[in-house]
Design a binder for this molecule. Structure first.
Ligand code: NAG
Ligand code: NAG
Ligand code: NAG
Ligand code: NAG
Ligand code: NAG
Ligand code: NAG
Ligand code: NAG
Ligand code: NAG
Ligand code: NAG
Length: 755
């Protein structure tokens, strides 16, 4: 779900946008129970030293070793069993427990204690898209990967509706023999599609992994939903719904027991279980609030354990774009996924009294709504500054009866504005973007006839209202339309680079479909149907992430030996930069998307299946990178789960990691890096270099051609970045380097910060 809230600061006239489902819920990544007494119990994540091997003769011993730390508690009389929450086996050396501050102090004295921190709270952030992505039955990647057959995608989210037709197991093979997962449904069962389902709620009670909210089923349906005919939402988007990897198995880990609230200890336990159970891909449409160093970031730490086992991890980049440096889930071992539009819209036309017509969107398109001109009103000139936003109560005393009301985004949720208009007697709503939202419009199930329009359109409508004494407009529903030549475009909410945590790695990595995505939903939207086949349309990087998880599953099925880094490289170096019009992909501002918006580009699954060369990374290569970030030995050790002495390691700058893109901070001194490419294409193949240097930057590559003679052969090149004499006026410049053979183009984006 893509929540929406804008706070208008009247003093400075600066509009600050945060995205949040409801005011009350907020964006609380900060520790829980901030103000509390010393004895109050709170959930802590405790890192400890790995015990000596002989202590762990049996499987249960690790848990007992972790529990032994509870004996130090100051509040010893309390229930140790109940307050001990999780013993982690894979993701960290440590456990989660409810403790008082005094308990933590006492524990610090114990042999083997490393560190403790209060747990954080994180937030959750079709189907036409497979065809839009170039996936077709009987040909190409779907055929070569057999629709993802045999691959297990672990989805960490809000659970699933197991009886939904998107998750039937007709024709599905049994789970692979290595599968060790569990099924914790109370009244339902797992099947060959949903091969495991577990729930993590501070382990206090076993809560069913059943999805009551929708987000979890939607995300799982995008990654691996089956073909379902005649899927539609409120009569729109009618067609066959299908996920990206329809033959992949799903393993469900419910780590967000209530809407949009996910606790760190549960999330870590979910990743721990997924790693243990044997999934191949982990999909996480959950983000924290702030950028934090990787050793404090549960998703980064847990994912590092996953990639050690060859598990691919795909995560949402976050919904706080388009501001700079909003990207999260940005560890280099994670695929960080931004969101873009597709060529399908749920179209509504706004017709003005002067004959002008503008495109907009809505998911609610009632039949029988008359497309006649009606009075049009904008309440912005009222004395109540909330009226222009149609905030609850703000239209009282304004005559909107039988009129179309123009409402601005911000201050309250988009759908609630329609409720305000309807309550006040309005006939319909035109919802206009703020400048920051640009042209990204979202189809939602509004409570009355509505059209969500771009900022530019909103300005034109305002000018029209100003220009005439009796402004009139009509709302005309056009249903489902496809073929928008400007698709894909980067969505306004898609979080942007540069990364704060690791500026030397270009993030996000990729964009994929994340606007108006149709997928499975546990109940009927609009509530007027008894159909079992319920779907909904949602927007957010929550939706783009599982597209990439599904694509990773297809690639894993087609290339079982590719490492997570190889799969990521294949996805990134083959991405598209052009839209359906064959012109550069734009953002919500209708300008070409820069690398901080689009990363390597828009995913092209068929090309990713045949990249020619990949930039591979062995998990151990992240250690010199982590030392190079300036982390202490203990901080690196939290991530690696084994003692690291950075003095012993050759620390490397971030840009030296064998990453498929470049992000450099360049002063006057030249910088040289090496990259090693692995041949996954034809054994005998020759590549030559082509460079599009960033403005103001000289890029030289040596050698300028690479001649491979064997499969999986590795060759290394050196790339030097230096300043040119050209004077440039921007802080950031961007370019590309690409290796080209007869059959392949292996392209890496370059971002240079000039200092
Ligand atoms: C979708 O369209 C098909 C035929 O085009 C029709 O039979 C079916 O009833 C429609 N389904 C919905 C849910 O509108
Ligand atoms: C999760 O557990 C807490 C107590 O630990 C409980 O209050 C809450 O209702 C549980 N959530 C669900 C969805 O069961
Ligand atoms: C950040 O935003 C400002 C203004 O919005 C823009 O001028 C600047 O170029 C941006 N920086 C990057 C790195 O994109
Ligand atoms: C405007 O709306 C906000 C929140 O919706 C509310 O706190 C504030 O009091 C309102 N202001 C006025 C003038 O009604
Ligand atoms: C509409 O008119 C008012 C008052 O004349 C003016 O302040 C405002 O800028 C105008 N708005 C637009 C969009 O033209
Ligand atoms: C670091 O190197 C020293 C000397 O070579 C060695 O004794 C020590 O075990 C190493 N430490 C780690 C953590 O690798
Ligand atoms: C790390 O290694 C260096 C050099 O080998 C050694 O001098 C230092 O004592 C080691 N530090 C730790 C904490 O082991
Ligand atoms: C690759 O080329 C070399 C000589 O250029 C040749 O000996 C070898 O057989 C070729 N390998 C393949 C797989 O075609
Ligand atoms: C820096 O690199 C450029 C090529 O990228 C080269 O021409 C120049 O001589 C180098 N300068 C120094 C000081 O090494």
């Amino acid at each position: 779900m893509l929540p929406d809230m804008a706070i208008l600061s009247l003093i400075s006239l600066v509009i600050i946008f945060t995205f949040s489902a409801e005011l009350a819920r907020g964006n609380d990544f900060e520790p829980l129970n901030y103000v509390s007494s010393k004895n109050e119990l709170k959930t802590y994540i405790i890192h400890v030293k790995k015990p000596e091997a002989h202590i762990l003769a049996q499987a249960d011993d690790l848990s007992n070793y972790h529990k032994s730390f509870m004996s130090a508690r100051a509040t010893a009389a309390l229930n140790q069993e109940q307050d001990f929450l999780y013993s982690y086996k894979h993701v960290i050396n440590g456990f989660a427990a409810r403790l008082s501050e005094e308990d933590v102090e006492a524990m610090k004295e114990m042999e083997g204690f490393v560190s403790a921190h209060l747990e954080k709270v994180l937030h959750q952030q079709t189907t036409h898209t497979p065809r839009f992505l170039g996936l077709h039955q009987d040909t190409g990647l779907w055929r070569e990967s057999n629709f993802g057959k045999g691959v297990i995608i672990g989805v960490l989210d809000g659970g699933i509706l197991p009886t939904h037709p998107s998750f039937t197991d007709e024709g599905m093979p049994s789970p692979p023999a290595r599968w060790k997962g569990k099924c914790e449904f109370v009244t339902s069962k797992c099947n060959n599609k949903i091969i495991g389902a577990r729930s993590f709620n501070n382990s206090a009670t076993i809560v069913s992994p059943f999805d009551q909210e929708g987000h979890g089923s939607h995300v799982a349906g995008i990654a691996a939903g089956r073909f379902v005919k005649n899927a539609a939402v409120l009569g729109l988007g009618n067609g066959t719904a299908v996920g990206v990897a329809p033959k992949a198995h799903l393993a469900i880990y419910k780590v967000c027991p209530t809407t949009d609230k996910c606790f760190e200890s549960d999330l870590l336990a979910g990743i721990d279980a997924a790693v243990n159970d044997g999934v191949d891909v982990i999909s996480i449409s959950i983000v924290g609030k702030f950028a934090v160093p990787f050793f404090q970031d549960a998703i980064a730490v847990g994912s590092f354990a996953a990639i050690q086992k060859g598990i691919f991890v795909s995560c949402s980049a976050g919904n706080t774009g388009p501001s700079n440096s909003t990207v999260l889930n940005d560890a280099p071992w994670i695929l960080t996924v931004g969101a873009s539009t597709t060529d399908r819209s749920f179209k509504v036309t706004t017709k003005l009294g002067n004959g002008e017509e503008f495109a907009g969107e809505s998911l609610f398109q009632p039949e029988g709504f008359s497309a006649v001109l009606m009075p049009l009103i904008y309440a912005g000139s009222s004395s109540n500054s909330n009226s222009s936003f149609c905030v609850e109560g703000s239209l009282e005393g304004i005559d909107v009866k039988g009129k179309i009301v123009l409402c601005e985004r911000g201050l309250s949720t988009r759908v609630s504005k329609g409720e305000t208009v309807r309550k006040a007697g309005g006939a319909a709503m035109i919802l206009m973007n703020q400048e920051i939202d640009g042209s990204t419009t979202i189809a939602e199930s509004h409570v009355l006839p509505a059209a969500h329009v771009s900022y530019a359109t909103g300005l034109r409508i305002k000018a029209f209202i100003n220009s005439t004494v009796e402004p009139k407009a009509a709302i005309v529903f056009k249903g489902t339309r496809s073929g928008d030549p400007l698709a894909p475009a980067v969505a306004s909410f898609s979080a942007r680079g540069p990364s704060i945590t690791t500026p030397g790695i270009l993030k996000p990595d990729i964009v994929g479909p994340g606007v108006n995505i149709l997928s499975a939903w546990p109940f009927s939207v609009g509530g007027d149907s008894n159909s079992l086949s319920t779907f909904n349309v949602q927007s957010g990087t929550s939706m783009s992430c599982p597209h990439l998880s599904g694509i990773a599953a297809l690639l894993k099925s087609a290339h079982p030996n590719w490492s997570p880094a190889a799969i990521k490289s294949a996805i990134m170096t083959t991405a598209d930069l052009n839209n359906l019009n064959e012109s550069p992909i734009v953002t919500e501002r209708s300008v070409p998307a820069d690398v901080f918006a689009i990363g390597a580009g828009h995913v092209n699954p068929s090309k990713a299946n045949n990249p020619g060369l990949v930039y591979d990374i062995h998990p151990d290569e992240y250690i010199p990178y982590l030392c190079g970030l300036g982390y202490t030995n203990d901080q690196v050790g939290v991530i690696t789960q084994r003692p690291i002495n950075c003095t012993n390691e050759t620390s490397i700058p971030e840009a030296q990691l064998n990453y498929p893109s470049f992000s450099i901070t360049l002063a006057s001194i030249n910088q040289t890096y090496t990259r090693t490419m692995t041949n996954v294409g034809e054994p005998n193949s020759s590549y030559y270099i082509e460079i599009i240097p960033p403005k103001g930057v000289l890029v030289t590559v040596n050698p300028t051609s690479l001649d491979f003679t064997e499969a999986n052969q590795q060759l290394t090149y050196r790339v030097t970045f230096g300043r040119s004499t050209e004077t440039i006026y921007t802080q950031y410049a961007q370019g590309f380097l690409k290796w080209t053979s007869t059959h392949h183009t292996v392209r890496s984006p370059i971002s240079v910060k000039l200092v």
